[in-house]
Design a protein around this ligand. Structure first.
Ligand SMILES: [Zn+2]
Length: 159
C-alpha cells in the first residue's frame, strides 16, 4: 500500500515534488507535511466492507465503530455509519445485560432462573455479533429489531 508514492505539487511554484519531500527541488520552498500520515493512510485504505466487519468484532468492535463515527473518513458514508451505530448500540445492550441486570436481580429473590435468563440474553447478543459479522463479510446489510431502528435514526440525524 505504501510502495506507491503520492504525486504532490509545490505549494509555491506548482512544479512536481516527489512524495514525502520536505523542500521543492525547483524553488526550494518548504512543503507542508500531511499530519499523522500513517493513521489517515490506514483509514483511507480501509474498504467499507472491512470497516463494517471491524465494527462487529464481539465486544471490542465498539472501539473501531466509535473511531469511524468520529473521523471524517466515513462522514458521508451511510452504510458504514449505520453499521457503526448498530455496533455501538449492541455494545450498550451488552453492557446493560452484563452489568446492570445482575445487580437488579440480586434484590429480587428467585430460584436461580434469573441467572439463566441473563446467560441466555448474553448468548443471544453474542450470536447477534457473530451473525452481523458474517453478514458484513458477505456485504449484506442486516437491521436488528430495536437496535437497528435506533441506528437508522441516528444515521439520518447525524448526516
Ligand atoms: Zn517550488
Amino acid at each position: 500500500m505504501r510502495s506507491q508514492r503520492r504525486v504532490a505539487f509545490c505549494t509555491n511554484c506548482g512544479s512536481q515534488v516527489s512524495g514525502g519531500a520536505s523542500f521543492c527541488s525547483h524553488c526550494g520552498a518548504a512543503q507542508p507535511r500531511p499530519t499523522n500520515p500513517q493513521y489517515s493512510d490506514f483509514l483511507d485504505g480501509l474498504s467499507d466492507r472491512a470497516a463494517c466487519i471491524l465494527c462487529y468484532i464481539p465486544v471490542f468492535g465498539v472501539i473501531p465503530a466509535i473511531v469511524f463515527l468520529a473521523t471524517h473518513r466515513f462522514r458521508g458514508n451511510v452504510r458504514v455509519r449505520f453499521n457503526a451505530f448498530q455496533a455501538v448500540y449492541l455494545f450498550v445492550a451488552w453492557l446493560i445485560v452484563s452489568s446492570a441486570m445482575p445487580v437488579l436481580m440480586l434484590t429480587v429473590p428467585g430460584w436461580g432462573l434469573e441467572h439463566l435468563f441473563v446467560l441466555v440474553l448474553k448468548l443471544v447478543l453474542f450470536c447477534c455479533w457473530i451473525y452481523l459479522l458474517v453478514k458484513a463479510a458477505q456485504e449484506q446489510e442486516v437491521r436488528l429489531p430495536v437496535i437497528g431502528d435506533l441506528a437508522a435514526r441516528s444515521t439520518s440525524e447525524q448526516l
